[in-house]
Design a protein around this ligand. Structure first.
Ligand code: C5P
Length: 227
């Protein structure tokens, strides 16, 4: 059983989401997908017709959105009020605009506060929590019991994203996906507010040559070592 927090960071296409969910499920822990939170705000921004580059309008939109997110690793529970938006936040328009929205410092402050609240509630219960994102080990939970930073080659990440899109019925090509993955990583890594980077005390795992069960095995081993 996990006590405390596993922070999982890294760029997209590293298997991070799948592995984080399965790890939480295997440990009987809660799970928080912080990327989904930035995606929900982005969806609200797009629906309101707000320019994602207009920071103050984006912030107002974030403040007025009734974002709800569940922590059960076995089902995606993401809503605006009562509306299920779990599928819509994965579509291209949101993916295209999310890096601009997540670069707004006050939007980050708002969501980081919510994330810390979920973490502190989970810490009060048994079972712990796996938190997934870009800045979990560096900013959101700097005192996490275990920090993992997943990497993989750009080609491997693009291939995985396209396979995921195909499985979910979203059309894409590997070339377009690779360009998109690289663009998003560049934006996420170079932004001023909480850029994507490994925490100094994170364990880096290169998943290029590993499948999901292989990555999961490594992580379960790390949790056991520390437990
Ligand atoms: O993980 P996912 O691909 O759903 O994340 C979507 C976007 O949300 C990322 O590209 C990044 O811009 C932003 N994000 C972030 N900080 C996090 C999680 C996600 O800036 N902790």
């Amino acid at each position: 059983e996990l006590r405390g927090v596993v922070a999982m960071d890294g760029p997209s296409g590293t298997g991070k989401s799948t592995v984080a969910r399965r790890l939480a499920d295997a440990l009987g822990a809660a799970y928080l997908d912080t990327g989904a939170m930035y995606r929900v705000v982005t969806l609200a921004v797009l629906r309101a017709g707000v320019d994602p580059a207009d920071a103050s309008a984006v912030l107002r939109c974030a403040e007025s959105t009734d974002l709800r997110i569940g922590t059960d690793p076995t089902r995606a529970d993401v809503r605006i009020g009562d509306e299920d938006v779990a599928a819509e936040i994965r579509l291209a328009p949101v993916t295209q605009a999310v890096s601009a929205v997540s670069a707004v410092p006050r939007v980050r402050e708002l969501l980081v506060a919510r994330q810390r609240q979920v973490v502190s509630e989970a810490r009060g219960r048994s079972g712990g929590i796996v938190v997934e994102g870009r800045d979990i080990g560096t900013v959101v939970v700097p005192d996490a019991e275990l920090k993992v930073y997943l990497t993989a080659s750009a080609d491997a990440r693009a291939a995985r994203r396209s396979a995921q899109d195909a499985a979910a019925g979203r059309s894409s090509t590997v070339d377009a996906t690779k360009a998109d993955v690289e663009r998003r990583d560049r934006l996420d890594s170079t932004r001023a507010a909480s850029p994507l980077r490994p925490a100094v005390d994170a364990v880096e795992v290169d998943t290029t040559e590993l499948d999901i069960p292989g990555v999961l095995d490594r992580l379960l081993g790390m949790v056991r070592e520390r437990g």
